[in-house]
Ligand binder design. Structure first.
Ligand code: FES
Length: 126
């Protein structure tokens, strides 16, 4: 198990995200409503670097010709085919069984760490 310093919590909060490479693996680290989440940057669809995608919200189910945009800054959209994933759970919005791979995060004295090499840090589905 290896613990990697990423940024201070304040730096991550201001930037909202940080893309890092740890032990050869690209990982996106996100601050979402006061929580920190780290995801392996591999889209479950075709494997592109999903953490280079857009962070925003999504259109919730609504009536025809109505648009209900919500959950701003909580959704990661893949840059290739625009699949949308919940940044808190890693779940694909249209099929909760499809998930990003989670890494354990630790916040200690305002410092954010990502853990690799543990069961949770090896890319186990969240
Ligand atoms: S590669 Fe990500 S949605 Fe297709």
């Amino acid at each position: 198990m290896n613990r990697h310093y990423i940024a201070t919590l304040q730096e991550l909060r201001e930037a909202r995200s940080k893309l890092v490479v740890l032990e050869g693996q690209e990982i996106g680290v996100y601050e979402v409503e006061g929580e920190v989440h780290a995801w392996r940057s591999v889209c479950p669809h075709r494997g592109v670097s999903i953490c280079k995608g857009w962070i925003g919200g999504t259109n919730l189910p609504s009536q025809v010709y109505e648009y209900h945009y919500d959950r701003d800054q909580q959704i990661l959209r893949c840059p290739l085919h625009a699949w949308e994933f919940d940044l808190k759970t890693g779940q694909f919005l249209l099929d909760a069984s499809v998930k990003l791979k989670r890494y354990e995060t630790i916040i200690e004295e305002d410092r954010v760490y990502v853990v690799t090499g543990s069961k949770s840090g090896s890319g186990i589905p969240s």
